[in-house]
Ligand binder design. Structure first.
Ligand code: F6R
Length: 592
């Protein structure tokens, strides 16, 4: 959470930082700010609450002159959403500027110490501690770099920090648990929470490791170990993401663009590194217990996989939320295999689960979208989702990519890799039709009908139960209509009390469990519910609105969710919500 970016080079920093901030806005968007240094005239700071573009209209970020700069887009953790609490934060001597992603856990203790030493504070943030701690260390006679190292070593908690000092042409940075990556240019360097922030300028990146301290000037990037201060080498990687993937193109929003991209991304996800796929399949067969661990939509993909593994391979797996994983540590042994599933590879609950597994000697493998992310680097083996950058806060194309890879894994374990690939290839045309303009037009009629509803329920059975959970999550997080997903059999155990005349209920049906799910739909309809059926054929007696999706058996979850992704998007647009940046959310959840 929070997006951070720094630039040092020959060009004007403000436009580069400004564009970078817009690309990082999915990480947090309650306030934003920039600090630019021109080498002679002191540091200029502009910051305010709101979206980057709106703040720019008020404060004109782009008028700031200088070729060293840092910028921040905030997802508040410590202190309310106010102009004062927005980053960058400045030291008492007005020379040290800091932006920060994370939490200073020993904030209170450091605050007291600094106050006792005469420092004053203007904000409610924990971040303001950092520039003052650096100033405190510099007062002892240390230079900026060493003072920054000694200051950063004093605070606890996951973080990524960037700092600059008015007197010097350099940016220093440190990372502990929160994402940070360097972009290496020609006579210029970049540093940011995520690659799309500087992808327009360079594809050469260096991943920063935990406990790294980094010093950037225009021509060099040096890495040191925070603990012993020794210089360390970090390899340069060239990434194959394209800047066009990180732009909206002809679409109004990233969400719709990314939903449409699924024609391609399901294909790329199915195109796996065969050696790693077979190796992980083998490890799963050998393991004494397999855990899938994930959060949010990724968790729903894992839940779906638990049904797929049971059906296709008869392999039992445990599916656990990242935040609940420590409760299962007594079942972890060196023979256990933990597979972490995450788009970002930076979700802290998932990374903590991986840490727990490591402490117990268990093997850790992963399915991840972001190359070089913490999870990718901390896994014994990783399968990439190959979905390209996902900019919308909601997961859409990476959810279906996860389902695709998990299904392929299930087929591979069952010795049916070729059959799995063929079945997945069959989906491409279907996804093309499901995302086509005429389907979207048809779904818009439904969105118009539902846009003023207070509740929407979703039900499915077996493989489609997790689909119903994911459908409800998509609807509520982007349109703010209350939505809840259930196993078809569960609604009547309580929640059916909420069904009134016209209450919408989306029913995921398939040949496999048609009889049971249709009788659940009938129970709801009998109490006045409005039934939206997703099925391969229209059940005239039950469905008030019919969404036709071909029945592809075990792979139904990959395609049945797509109309609901589109519907959720349309509901958001009709209700005046920003589909790419739903309120209170951020894409990478790097705090607990
Ligand atoms: C929902 C959504 C979130 C993420 C969750 C895990 O649309 O995007 O629920 O799925 O925060 O994120 P990753 O997959 O990055 O670990």
């Amino acid at each position: 959470m929070c997006g951070i970016i720094g630039y040092i080079g020959k060009r004007q920093a403000a436009p580069i930082i400004f564009d970078g901030l817009k690309r990082l806005e999915y990480r947090g968007y309650d306030s934003a700010g920039m600090a630019i240094f021109d080498g002679s005239n002191g540091v200029q700071i502009k910051k305010d609450i709101g979206l980057v573009d709106d703040i720019n209209k008020r404060l004109n970020f782009l008028s700031m002159q200088g070729n060293i700069g840092i910028g921040h887009t905030r997802w508040a953790t410590h202190g309310g959403v106010t102009q004062t609490n927005a980053h960058p934060h400045i030291s008492n001597n007005k020379k040290i500027l800091v932006i920060h992603n994370g939490i200073v856990e020993n904030y209170q203790e450091l605050l007291t110490m600094l106050k006792e030493n005469g420092f004053t504070f203007y904000s409610e943030t924990d971040t303001e501690i950092i520039p003052n701690l650096i100033e405190f260390e510099m007062r002892k006679g240390k230079d900026f770099e060493h003072a920054a190292i000694d200051a950063i070593k004093q605070f606890d908690g996951y973080c990524a920090v960037l700092a600059m000092f008015e007197g010097e042409r350099k940016i220093v940075a440190a990372r502990n648990g929160s994402p940070l990556v360097v972009g290496v240019g020609n006579g210029e360097n970049f540093i940011a929470s995520d690659i799309p922030a500087f992808l327009e300028h360079t594809k050469n990146v260096i991943y920063i490791h935990d406990s790294d301290f980094v010093v950037l000037d225009s021509n060099r990037v040096k890495f040191f170990n925070l603990e012993d201060g020794k210089e360390v080498g970090r390899p340069l990687h060239s990434i194959d993401w394209d800047i066009e993937q990180a732009k909206k193109g002809n679409f109004d929003h990233f969400m719709m663009k990314e939903i449409s991209e699924q024609v391609q991304t399901v294909k790329s996800a199915a195109n796996q590194d065969k050696e790693i796929l077979f190796e992980i399949a083998d490890e799963m067969k050998k393991a004494k217990g397999v855990f899938l661990v994930a959060c949010g939509s990724s968790y729903h993909a894992c839940l779906t996989a638990s049904y797929l593994f049971s059906k296709i391979t008869k392999l039992h797996i445990n599916v656990v939320l990242g935040s609940e994983f420590s409760n299962y540590e007594n079942f972890l042994t060196p023979g256990t295999l933990v597979i972490a599933v995450s788009q970002s590879g930076e979700t802290i609950d998932v990374l903590d689960a991986v840490k727990t597994a490591r402490q117990k000697g268990s093997k850790v493998m992963s399915l991840v979208n972001v190359v070089g992310s913490s999870l990718h680097r901390n896994s014994d083996r990783a399968l990439m989702l190959n979905a390209g950058p996902e900019i919308c806060v909601l997961s859409t194309k990476t959810y279906t990519a996860q389902l695709t890879v998990l299904a392929l894994l299930a087929y591979t374990i069952a010795g049916k890799y070729d059959e799995g690939k063929k079945n997945l290839e069959y989906l491409w045309n279907i996804i093309y039709n499901l995302t086509a303009a005429n389907t979207r037009k048809y779904l818009m009629k439904l969105a118009e009908e539902l846009k003023d509803k207070n509740h929407i329920f979703t039900i499915g059975r077996g493989l489609q139960f997790p689909t119903s959970l994911e459908a409800a999550l998509k609807i509520k997080e982007v349109s703010y209509i209350h939505a809840e997903g259930f196993s078809g059999g569960e609604l009547k155990h309580g929640t059916i009390a909420l069904i009134e005349q016209g209450t919408p209920c989306i029913v995921f049906s398939s040949k496999e469990n048609e009889k049971e799910i249709i009788s659940n739909a009938m129970e709801i309809k009998a109490r006045g519910g409005y039934i939206i059926g997703i099925d391969s054929k229209k059940n005239k007696d039950v469905f008030d609105f019919f969404i036709k999706v071909p029945d592809v058996g075990d792979l139904n979850p990959i395609i049945q969710i797509i109309p609901i992704q589109i519907l959720s998007y349309q509901l958001a647009v009709l209700r005046g919500c920003d589909p790419d940046k739903p309120r209170n959310l951020a894409k990478s959840v790097t705090v607990k």
